[in-house]
Design a protein around this ligand. Structure first.
Ligand code: MG
Length: 212
């Protein structure tokens, strides 16, 4: 699977479109990053919806500072990001949905994550074009959705991206899934605006309805 530049993305003008995030949607990012951090002497204590603020040196009561967290995060995408477990049911659901809809992977990750990200997606059966992105996703989603008359849907774990999509492209249906069961109860949600799902067992059929 190859990464694609936004302007080269092939979107069928009459087909439904699914725009799908990776971390906590297709991949168990938190659990994988936790394993990586543990090998570097940092433990995860998940008691808020955050990343570095949940990370501690053993025995300490203050989380690691931002710079330490950022370095671990960047290094993870160099050396550890192949070691992510896929979220149950996601590959099968997308395979079925892709018979009818175009699927685009839209992931926020550092530029140096390109290889590990495409490698991981291919390995786990997510052979769809991938856009490596940074920042709020709404304007990019609006640009993609404008290229088809078909219905479009966007799936992410982070409320700011879902709100951004709603603001930039209100016709795009939004869905939220937070794969990590420890993060899920802590995550900001607006279920009346962004349909909230615990797993792909219900998310798959809901997406099918949304693009029918
Ligand atoms: Mg995510």
């Amino acid at each position: 699977m190859q990464p694609v530049a936004l302007e080269d993305l092939d979107i069928r003008p009459a087909a439904p479109l699914l725009i799908v995030d990776v971390d906590e949607v297709l991949a168990h990012f938190m659990a994988g990053f936790e394993r990586y951090a543990a090998r570097h002497g940092v433990e995860m204590r998940i008691d808020r919806f955050a990343l570095f603020q949940n990370m501690y040196r053993p025995g300490e009561t203050e989380p690691i500072d931002f710079e330490t967290g950022k370095k671990l995060f960047d290094d993870f995408f160099r050396h550890g990001a192949d070691d992510l477990d896929p979220v149950d049911g996601a590959a099968d659901a997308l395979a079925t949905l892709s018979q009818r809809a175009g699927v685009v992977i839209l992931t926020n990750a550092p530029a140096h994550a390109l290889e590990s990200r495409t490698g991981w997606l291919s390995k786990h059966g997510f052979d769809y074009p991938m856009i490596l992105h940074s920042g709020l996703k709404g304007p990019t989603i609006a640009g993609m959705a404008a290229r088809t008359n078909g219905p479009a849907a966007f799936i992410d774990d982070l409320l700011p991206n879902l709100e951004s999509s709603f603001e930039s492209a209100p016709a795009v249906a939004t869905f939220q899934i937070i794969a990590d069961h420890r993060l899920r109860p802590l995550a900001p949600t607006v279920p009346e605006r962004h349909a909230l799902h615990e797993d792909w067992t219900t998310l798959g059929p809901a997406l099918r309805l949304a693009i029918t």
